[in-house]
Design a protein around this ligand. Structure first.
Ligand SMILES: [Zn+2]
Length: 496
């Protein structure tokens, strides 16, 4: 049958059902480890968060404005959020909304959103985040003088609505009103602050794409220090005024941020962001987290004295994890293997044990029947996402790569990755492809052995470089070993 063009057009107009009807966006973005995290049907390019926080009661009020683009014809879409919502506007029009599941906020705009169109979504909300439990925990850390949002993979739900998955990165403006005398710390640059009628507003800006779990907020009584790095970047650090005996060791570590970032720039290439620093709030947790440009450190990380190694770890993530983010949570080796390997390189630099000695010691001290070897760093599963094997075996995998391709090619690969994928997302397979391209070697067997096999590799990393060296005798503990292992509780297991 042949239908003249004019008639076909009329037929379409007369019969809208023949065009695809708008459909709801998926309640998850498709992550194999966390099926409900993130959402389908749209992306976010910018978050504007205007917040008010009262430290004495832990009450948070907010208005979030999200700039979104529909990736399908949308009748409805979800955000991820856990606080109480009072109003949602889409393009200025009230939208219907309801909270479903653990952290889903279902939004039905008055009119469907066409694929490719931009929509401005405004969400007004309030809550007491420390009292809101999801999956049995809250990522909001209450302190005697305020609160902190820091957690991986979950932390955004307790302070702003989002498309909560690292594969959808956006720029952020965070504006926080707090009682005068209290500070509000977030990512990026402090663009301004002003006080009026007993309240102070802090305006923070992160102008490079940022994953939602890397957004952070800390409110409390902080001593804020500012410097300019030798590379000209603003360094802003903040210390709770109640760190007690850990105050000196925290400062003796975190005040070295500029120096250590400069050293890492020599390894990984230019620092990717417009600001840097860290903060140490008065929390009881033990972990540290690579929140973008402004690293979160628990005071416990400094209980044994200064710990530049943990600063190196978290700053390494600014290249490996923050600027180049994983595409799925199963790619976690791209974050933790490389941040641990940076600690090994720092140890090598400090003369406290080379990366090879650390890899040898690791290999020698975990016998073949140690369950340690059953964790596959390239796909550890959600329960083992932050298992020490992801870090240590993950770093040994990188040493194996170094030995297989030689130092020149190896360090070229380390710099090429953050250069080629800057501000984007990538997978372990992408890394293998880049390493193969630069080295001119097939690396499938090496990646399979070190990242994807639930068993101890038959040959040590040293064997890759010098087969004769494989059969050496007892291996001494490198001097840096204990301090590096002491940073093993750095991520996320501190849920109470
Ligand atoms: Zn890490």
């Amino acid at each position: 049958m042949i239908i003249p063009a004019v008639s076909a057009a009329l037929l379409l107009l007369a019969n809208p059902a023949s065009a695809a009807a708008p459909t709801p966006g998926d309640p998850g973005i498709g992550d194999p480890y966390y099926p409900t995290y993130g959402n389908g049907g749209y992306t976010v390019s910018h978050y504007d968060l205007r917040l008010k926080y009262q430290p004495s009661t832990d009450e948070l009020q907010g208005t979030a404005t999200l700039l979104t683009t529909a990736t399908q014809d949308l009748s409805r879409f979800n955000l991820d959020f856990a606080l109480d919502v009072s109003e949602v506007l889409v393009n200025g029009h009230p939208a219907r909304f309801s909270a479903t599941g653990e952290q889903e906020l279902e939004i039905t705009p008055a009119t469907p959103l066409a694929k490719g169109s931009n929509a401005t979504v405004v969400v007004r909300y309030s809550g007491v985040p420390s009292k809101v439990s999801r999956y049995g925990f809250t990522a909001w850390l209450r302190t005697p003088d305020g609160g902190v949002a820091a957690g991986e993979p979950e932390s955004a739900w307790w302070w702003f609505p989002s498309n909560d998955h690292p594969s959808d990165k956006a720029t952020f403006d965070v504006s926080v009103l707090v009682p005068e005398g209290t500070q509000a710390i977030s990512n990026g640059v402090l663009t301004s602050s002003s006080s009026q009628l007993g309240w102070t507003r802090y305006n923070w800006r992160e102008n490079k794409p940022q994953a939602t779990y890397l957004a952070t907020l800390a409110i409390g009584r902080f001593d804020v220090t500012t410097q300019t790095s030798s590379g000209g970047l603003p360094v802003i650090n903040a210390y709770s005024r109640d760190l007690g005996d850990n105050d000196g060791s925290a400062r003796a570590s975190v005040e070295r941020t500029g120096e250590l970032a400069d050293w890492l720039s020599g390894v990984f290439g230019p620092y990717p962001f417009s600001a840097l620093g860290g903060y140490v709030p008065n929390v009881n947790t033990h972990f540290a987290l690579e929140t973008q440009t402004r690293v979160f450190y628990s005071p416990a990380q400094f209980a044994g004295g200064a710990n530049p190694s943990v600063v190196v770890h978290e700053l390494a993530h600014q290249w490996y994890g923050d600027s180049v983010s994983l595409k799925r949570w199963s790619d976690i080796w791209l974050n933790e293997g490389f941040a641990r390997y940076a600690q090994w390189l720092w140890s090598e630099h400090e003369g406290e044990g080379t990366a090879q000695e650390l890899a040898d010691y690791l290999y020698a001290t975990h016998p073949a029947d140690d369950p340690f070897w059953t964790v596959k760093p390239g796909d550890p599963g959600p329960a083992n996402q932050f298992h020490p094997a992801v870090y240590d075996r993950g770093a040994a995998a990188i040493q194996a790569l170094r030995n297989a391709v030689g130092d020149d090619r190896f360090f070229q690969i380390l710099r090429a990755w953050p250069a080629e994928h800057r501000y984007g997302n990538a997978t372990v397979a992408d890394f293998q492809a880049l390493a193969e391209r630069i080295s001119g070697k097939k690396l499938g067997d090496l990646f399979q052995t070190w990242l994807y096999t639930a068993a101890k590799p038959a040959a040590s990393t040293a064997a890759l470089a010098k087969p004769a060296a494989a059969a050496k005798g007892s291996v001494k503990e490198p001097r840096s070993w204990k301090q590096i292992e002491a940073t093993n509780d750095i991520h996320g297991q501190d849920r109470n």
